[in-house]
Design a protein around this ligand. Sequence first.
Ligand code: DGL
Length: 274
Amino acid sequence: MQPGPIGIFDSGYGGLTILEDIRSELPEYDYLYLGDNARAPYGNRSFETVYAFTRQAVRFLFDQGCSLVILACNTASAKALRTIQQVDLPNMSPDRRVLGILRPTVEVLGSLTTSRHVGLTATPGTVLSGSYPLEVRKLFPDIVMTSEACPMWVPLVENGEQETGGAAFFVERHIRTLFERDPQIDTLLLGCTHYPLLRPLIEQYVPKGVQVVTQGAYVAKSLKDYLSRHPEMESCCTRNASCAFLTTESVDKFEESASIFVKRSITALHVKLD
Ligand code: DGL
């Protein structure tokens, strides 16, 4: 296989928060970020749609020369990863790999929670898939996970409203409901790539002593570990410390909205997925 960049896929902008952490942990590699912004958000879409869109994106990144693709999107990881790994990859390109961000996140929960009660906030798609509790049961059967779908949080962030009274209203509402359902939660997982931007607000509303967990750093460490355990994949990843951005939206829109997520200017190229 010809070496190429590591593909990072997200439905939209949120994966940029994961990419930032990956690049600070593994700065030497090349990255190709693809945001399906024209069709985002995925969070309220059906299984069939998220799966079909994600499969297109994976195939596209393979065609661009990526041997390793990270689904830096919880909704895509929750709804499409397993089927892509088990059904598509063997026919599409058996030597390439697609990894998600649920497993690396769940792996750390066991050492973070003392009460063994964990809360999950995520998109309706991620919550309805049941994928997080499923992974938790596999690794830590003693942990009770209570999930809360927060359909308004992504649009609030995408519209730059994460510090306004509107965001406070919706954050308070979901955090209150979650902790009413399980007051023993001591660890709250933000299981959506957009939610790190709401973290300061979320921390205002969680009960004292509850730790709020974001994923990026854990995903980055897990990727580092994966590359060290899989030299055959590592050797397929080029190392020139570059990063390119592709979007299915207009380039102007992408570059403007990306600035909500990363504090530097980004230049993107427009692509079509089908
Ligand atoms: N990236 C998605 C996630 O982490 C959030 C945005 C969307 O709904 O498409 O679940």
